[in-house]
Write a protein that binds this ligand. Structure first.
Ligand SMILES: Cc1ncc(C[n+]2csc(CCOP(=O)(O)OP(=O)(O)O)c2C)c(N)n1
Length: 556
């Protein structure tokens, strides 16, 4: 069928079932925008291309589908970089389509020419510079296939402007859509599963660590079944929050640098760790040698490159997680873990914190969110900093894809555009965006897009008048010298939100916050609530960076 390259791209997007894309136009992607205009695809015009990339990422995290973002060449493409790196570090399937200068200008330092495939090589799973128009459908198909298969990740397709506007008789668009994706697995997987099951059956102090890979693999249900059946304690990494239902008796909370004591102690004292989809990031392990000492580690992952990368596993199980957990469930003979549970319950009781209600604090805000949202399945999207850790520690996340956060890159500014993507992907759930006063200034311009799209996102600004997490590090490790981490100039966030016609409330107490959130929840449009908290509040506990899981930083 005779069509332009841009029309072929749109046809490919439709074949992939794409209904929403996020982007920003410019000289080299105008043919694509023109073709999109004739399609049913909803194009969300963000304020900045970083917003488009994070929104596509949020869309993908919330839905499990590939998120799509578009940008022009040069500055448009480079503005995608932080968003692509964020998606890469957290294994999120995103396809970015960038315009490139026309073919005969490539390599001539043309206006807005940038080597975006070179720049994004280390932060994409793969990228393409399209050189032949007839290859477009195949490249688009490959891009989606690579983005979503195995360990998901971002893929970039760079398309010169002339290839978008030239016409070609495309006959191959239909035929591209019949192939299936490959799943890698350990060749001797059945034997390894037997070995793993024996280790779990014999364990005296087993613990499951649920990582982000468990959510990407849609294995939350299988994990829950497995843990319940064997009565295993479960901890999650930051990326794994939601893999196991919040409020479940077997869940000990988040492990890692700012993990809960009961979770970290259980990991520290465990004899067998069953690790599902975690890369053993330094924030999870602290000192790797003491972390792994004396433990049998069973590492389930789709990506063979993760095995033995940071921590040696006695039994690596590479393959599809639902299948592996299902097989393990059949093979395990649960032992008596009553002594282990008694020890865990004791640590939980000893480390239980009572949140005072007389002063507004971030933990109090989180517990109020838990109370008001109750059993409802909310999607929480955080930014990066102290508020992110408080959210991770205190929020009850009911289901997988219910807690979206930039875990690997830790990119401030992720929250708001990712919340927008998530809300557009899952309109029947409410998105609550939690952000610091620093991070909101980074990508707060996307409130414009939220307002245009009239998405009912509730933004909760934890306002400590500082770059709190940086201030906390300075408090602990730089002799309380708060260089450039204080934000003393009063920022009127209410006026800021009002500029976009978004209703906002400033709160200074639990009663005020409670009332403001209840009102925002009732309203169907976007809303913003500022929760003013003390500047010197610190996230506790904190494991000494690079230390053992039971070594805490002195916060005095
Ligand atoms: C893009 C980016 N720049 C810098 C940092 C380093 N950083 C990590 S947390 C943080 C402070 C965040 O402050 P705020 O948004 O107010 O949140 P808070 O920690 O106060 O909750 C900074 C600067 C980062 N993570 N991302």
């Amino acid at each position: 069928m005779l069509m332009t390259g841009a029309q072929a791209i749109v046809a490919s997007l439709l074949k992939e079932g794409v209904d929403t894309v996020f982007g920003y136009p410019g000289g080299t992607n105008l043919p694509l925008f023109d073709a999109l205009n004739d399609s049913t695809i909803h194009h969300v015009l963000t304020v900045h291309e970083q917003g488009a990339a994070h929104a596509a990422d949020g869309y993908a995290r919330a839905s499990g589908q590939v998120g799509v973002c578009l940008a022009t060449s040069g500055p448009g493409a480079t503005n995608l970089v932080t968003g692509l790196a964020t998606a890469f570090m957290d294994s999120v399937p995103v396809v970015a389509i960038t315009g490139q200068v026309q073919t005969n200008l490539i390599g001539r330092d043309a206006f807005q020419e940038i080597d975006i495939t070179g720049i994004t090589m280390p932060i994409t799973k793969h990228n393409f510079l399209v050189k032949d128009i007839e290859k477009l459908p195949e490249i688009m198909w490959r891009a989606f296939d690579i983005a979503r298969s195995g360990r998901p990740g971002p893929v970039l397709v760079d398309v010169p402007r002339d290839l978008q506007s030239n016409t070609y008789d495309f006959t191959n668009i239909e035929s591209m859509y019949s192939r299936s994706t490959l799943v890698r697995q350990s060749p001797d997987l059945p034997a390894r599963i037997v070995k793993a099951a024996a280790a779990i059956s014999a364990a005296k102090r087993p613990v499951i660590i649920a990582g982000g890979g468990c959510i990407s693999a849609n294995a939350g249900e299988a994990l829950t079944k497995f843990a319940e059946c064997c009565n295993l304690p479960v901890v999650t990494t930051l990326m794994g929050i939601g893999a196991f239902p919040g409020g479940h008796g077997n869940l000990l909370g988040m492990t890692g640098l700012h993990g809960l004591k009961a979770a970290n102690h259980a990991v520290h004292d465990a004899d067998v760790l069953i690790v599902t989809g975690s890369r053993f990031n330094d924030r999870v392990t602290g000192d790797r040698a003491s972390y792994a000492a004396g433990k049998t580690i069973i590492h389930i992952d789709i990506d063979p490159a993760e095995v033995h990368k940071n921590v040696d596993a006695a039994v690596p199980l590479v393959g599809e997680m639902n299948m592996i957990l299902g097989e393990l469930l059949q093979a395990v003979k649960p032992g008596d873990l009553s002594a282990w549970w008694t020890a865990i319950r004791q640590t939980q009781a000893e480390s239980k914190t009572v949140i005072p209600e007389d002063v507004l604090t971030a933990p109090l805000v989180m517990s109020e969110l838990n109370r008001q949202t109750g059993g409802q399945d909310v999607i929480y999207v955080t930014d990066v900093g102290q508020h992110q850790m408080w959210a991770a520690q205190y929020l009850e996340v009911k289901s997988p894809r219910g807690f979206l956060t930039s875990g690997g890159l830790g990119a401030m500014g992720f929250g708001l555009p990712a919340a927008l993507g998530a809300q557009l992907a899952i309109p029947n759930k409410r998105v609550v965006h939690i952000v610091g006063d620093g991070g909101l200034k980074m990508t707060g311009c996307e409130l414009y897009t939220v307002a245009v799209e009239q998405q009912p996102i509730i933004s909760v600004v934890i306002n400590n008048h500082s770059l709190g997490m940086v201030r906390q590090l300075q408090h602990c490790f730089y002799g309380k010298r708060y260089a450039n981490s204080l934000l003393p100039h009063a920022m009127d966030f209410k006026a800021f939100a009002s500029a976009f016609n978004i209703p906002a409330t400033v709160t200074n107490s639990l009663a005020e916050f409670s009332e403001a959130f209840a009102a925002a929840w009732q309203r169907q449009g976007p809303g913003l609530i500022v929760a003013n908290i003390a500047t010197n509040d610190l996230v506790t506990p904190m494991i000494a960076p690079g230390g053992s899981m039971d070594e805490y930083v002195n916060m005095d």
